[in-house]
Design a protein around this ligand. Structure first.
Ligand code: COI
Length: 354
């Protein structure tokens, strides 16, 4: 039983919704009328408020800007055919948020603030949830250190916010992926499993290099041998090899425990695949490709949903796929969409009604 949330709600006077076309939205460019904000001070969360979406006032000495104590989550809300709003697996993101917080020496956010605050915020801005295919309301909870001090230590104060963005697909077309062997995303003992802002910032240089030669993202490999595949820029990765769905395991703490990854693996099992979470080397992937049993490769993520990969390049070896012929990734994507839109039974209890 959650304690009642002590929260102030200040509503906007005029909605911006009429100025926005909810068709064909880019990812993460538009934001709804309201946001949730809370302050951590003196060892407790206070000033929990839903207020009009607005800029933050901050000091140039704000700790997060200097040392990167900042974490976030990505969650999506949908409307079913009857127009009822649901959030997809938010409790999993709540748990992961506090795992990230612990690793970054930040305070945990209570379930009341994270979940109840999110539900009330989404309910208030529910008219912003797009209903066309591949669209949703992207929910972005985040936290950063807010001490005005450039001494290097965990901050005493933090801000927690949640903002909402009506959004379309993150990737519009099958992707070209470059297997990265020079730069490293994560090491055992590092922060790879946390949704720390710095994991994304530090990935940008390698991704930019890959983009220069025509690739959309990199597939990271392990830090020691550059042999075992890890994850792709904004997504986990799943390989369909024969009758198996194989994905790197989470054991070394170098990979984000994706909620969409877990959902896709659950549905792959339901579809009859043997799911293997284990170390997977790029050489095994190449061997499977040469043997004609590497049938599909796709990314999974909240923003990316299920994103098919049409080309995978390792050194000078290029693996091409005709994604038009694929059955598995499109089926898993459709099943996920159908569950989200209320057209397929939600037998795993993933949809949380507002
Ligand atoms: C997500 O899939 O929600 C992510 O956080 C990836 C990216 C948009 C940063």
């Amino acid at each position: 039983m959650l304690a009642a949330l002590d929260m102030t709600i200040n509503k906007i006077e005029h909605s911006k919704l009429k100025d926005i076309n909810l068709q064909n939205l880019p990812f993460g460019k538009f934001f709804t009328d309201h946001m949730l904000e809370a302050d951590y001070e003196g060892g407790e969360w206070k000033n929990v408020e839903i207020k009009p979406y607005q800029p933050l006032l901050m000091s140039p000495s704000l700790a997060a800007l200097h040392y990167g104590q900042a974490i976030f989550e990505g969650i999506k809300a949908y409307k079913n055919e009857a127009g009822e709003a649901y959030i997809f697996r938010p409790h999993d993101n709540f748990r992961r948020f506090n795992i990230s917080a612990e690793r970054m020496a930040m305070p945990a956010v209570s379930e009341e603030i994270f979940m109840e605050g999110m539900k009330q915020l989404v309910a208030l801005d529910a008219a912003w949830i797009p209903q066309q295919p591949d669209h949703s309301l992207y929910i972005r909870p985040f936290m950063f250190s807010s001490d005005e001090l450039i001494g290097v230590r965990p901050s005493d104060t933090y801000k927690f916010l949640t903002i909402l963005s009506p959004t379309g697909p993150y990737y519009n077309a099958p992707m070209r992926i470059y297997v990265e062997e020079q730069y490293v995303r994560a090491v055992p003992g590092g922060v790879g499993y946390a949704k720390a802002a710095g994991n994304y910032g530090s990935a940008m240089y390698a991704t930019a290099q890959a983009k220069k030669i025509g690739y959309d993202q990199v597939l990271w490999t392990d830090a020691f041998e550059h042999k075992y595949v890890q994850e792709i820029g904004t997504m986990n990765v799943i390989f369909i090899i024969g009758d198996k769905a194989v994905t790197p395991d989470l054991g070394a703490g170098t990979i984000l425990a994706g909620v969409t990854r877990d959902s896709a693996l659950t549905l792959l099992q339901e579809a009859g695949f043997t799911v293997e979470q284990r170390a997977l080397s790029i050489l095994e992937i190449i061997d499977a490709y040469k043997a004609g049993i590497l049938y599909e490769v796709f990314g999974t993520g909240t923003a990316a949903t299920i994103s098919m990969i049409k080309e995978l390049r390792y050194k000078d070896f290029v693996m091409n796929f005709n994604t038009d012929e694929w059955r598995t990734a499109p089926t898993i994507k459709k099943w996920l969409n159908d569950i989200r839109e209320g057209k397929r039974e939600d037998k795993y209890g993933w949809m949380v009604k507002l």
